[in-house]
Design a protein around this ligand. Structure first.
Ligand code: NCD
Length: 320
C-alpha cells in the first residue's frame, strides 16, 4: 500500500489501548483498514509502505490468531518480521520484560508488538524503547486491535456504529476484549450492554457506561450485535461458574437465546471459541455469524495500525 497523503496524519506513536483515542483517531484507523481489506483481497498482496522497517512480535502469552495476524500484516506491508519465542520463559515476568526490552531496543526495531499477562506491560515497554509499541493484549486490561477489528466488522456489515445496540456476553471479568470494546463502542456512540452472571462481572462495571444484565433474554432483547466471549478458565482462581453445562444452559448462545436479538443481529466471537460452552456450534457456523470476517478484518486493522504509527510524514520529524 502506498502512503495516502489524503488521510490525515495519525497523532500517536503507540497503540497501548483504546482509552485516550478520540472518535476521529478511531475512524481514521478504520478508514485506513478499509483500504487494507482491498489490498488483502488482491492476488498480489505485498506492498511496500513498511519496506526496510523491522517489526518484532513479543508474545509472552500463547497466541495463534493474533500473532499470525500481526505477522501477516507486517509481511503484507513489506516489513521484516521477527517472532521472539518468549512464551516458555520462566524468568520472573517484570524483570524479563525490562531486560528483553533493552535487548530488543538495541537491535533498533521500528515497531514492537507485545502480548503479556500483566496489565500495563505494553505501556511500560513503551517507556523503555525508542520505537513504536502496539499492545496485543495485556492481562485483563486492553486489546485495542481486537476492538478495532470488531468495529470494522460491524461498520462494514451495518454501515455505522452509532446508535447500534451491542450486547457483550460472558466472561467480562477477565476480558481485555470486553474492556477495549466497551470504550470504543461508547466513543462511537453505540449503546453497550454487558450480559453475565454476577461472578463474571468486574466491580464498578456500570461506571464504564454500560447497561448491566444478568439474563441473556433481557440483555439480547432487540440487540443489533451479539458479541460472545470465551470463558477464560485459565484466568479463574476459583470456581466462578458451577459447571460448563449449566453455564451453557444459561449463558451459552443457542438458537433460542439468539431469537431474542434483532432478526438481522450479527454474531461475533474474538476466538478462540469453546463450542458448546459459550456458543453452540450451529450458531458459530450459522448465517448470522461474522466470526470468519472478524479474522479477515484482523489482518487489515493491524496493517492499518502499523502503517499509521509508522507514517513517514511523522517519522521524519521524529528521527534523531
Ligand atoms: C482474545 C484474547 O487473547 O484476549 N483472543 C484473541 O485475541 N485471539 C480473547 C480470548 O482469549 O478469549
Amino acid at each position: 500500500m502506498t502512503q495516502h497523503p489524503a488521510l490525515p496524519l495519525y497523532p500517536h506513536r503507540h497503540l497501548l489501548g483504546i482509552k485516550g483515542l478520540s472518535p476521529q483517531d478511531i475512524e481514521l484507523l478504520l478508514d485506513r483498514a478499509d483500504r487494507a481489506v482491498a489490498i488483502s483481497r488482491q492476488p498480489e498482496k505485498k506492498t511496500s509502505s513498511l519496506r526496510g522497517r523491522t517489526q518484532i512480535n513479543l508474545f509472552f502469552e500463547a497466541s495463534t490468531r493474533t500473532q499470525s495476524s500481526f505477522e501477516l500484516a507486517g509481511k503484507r506491508l513489506g516489513a521484516d518480521v521477527m517472532n521472539m519465542a518468549v512464551a516458555s520463559s520462566s524468568v520472573k515476568k517484570g524483570e524479563t520484560l525490562i531486560d528483553t526490552a533493552m535487548t530488543l531496543n538495541a537491535m533498533r526495531p521500528d515497531i514492537l508488538i507485545i502480548r503479556h499477562g500483566a496489565a500495563g506491560a505494553a505501556a511500560l515497554l513503551a517507556q523503555k524503547v525508542a520505537c513504536s509499541v502496539v499492545n496485543a493484549g495485556d492481562g485483563a486490561h486492553e486489546h485495542p486491535t481486537q476492538a478495532l477489528l470488531d468495529a470494522l466488522t460491524i461498520r462494514r456489515a451495518k454501515g455505522r456504529i452509532a446508535r447500534l445496540t451491542v450486547a457483550i456476553c460472558g466472561d467480562i471479568l477477565h476480558s481485555r476484549v470486553a474492556r477495549s470494546n466497551i470504550i470504543l463502542l461508547n466513543a462511537l456512540g453505540a449503546r453497550v450492554r454487558v450480559v453475565a452472571p454476577s461472578t463474571l462481572l468486574p466491580a464498578g462495571i456500570a461506571q464504564m457506561g454500560v447497561e448491566v444484565h444478568r439474563s441473556m433474554a433481557e440483555g439480547l432483547a432487540g440487540a443489533d450485535v451479539v458479541m460472545m466471549l470465551r470463558l477464560q478458565r485459565e484466568r479463574m482462581a476459583g470456581a466462578l461458574v458451577p459447571s460448563v453445562r449449566e453455564y451453557f444452559r444459561y449463558f451459552g448462545l443457542d438458537a433460542e437465546k439468539l431469537a431474542c436479538a434483532a432478526a438481522d443481529a450479527l454474531v461475533m466471537h474474538p476466538g478462540p471459541m469453546n463450542r458448546g460452552v459459550e456458543i453452540a456450534s450451529e450458531i458459530a457456523d450459522g448465517p448470522q455469524s461474522v466470526i470468519e470476517e472478524q479474522v479477515e478484518m484482523g489482518v487489515a486493522v493491524r496493517m492499518a495500525v502499523m502503517e499509521a504509527l509508522l507514517d513517514p510524514r511523522r517519522s521524519r520529524d521524529e528521527a534523531p
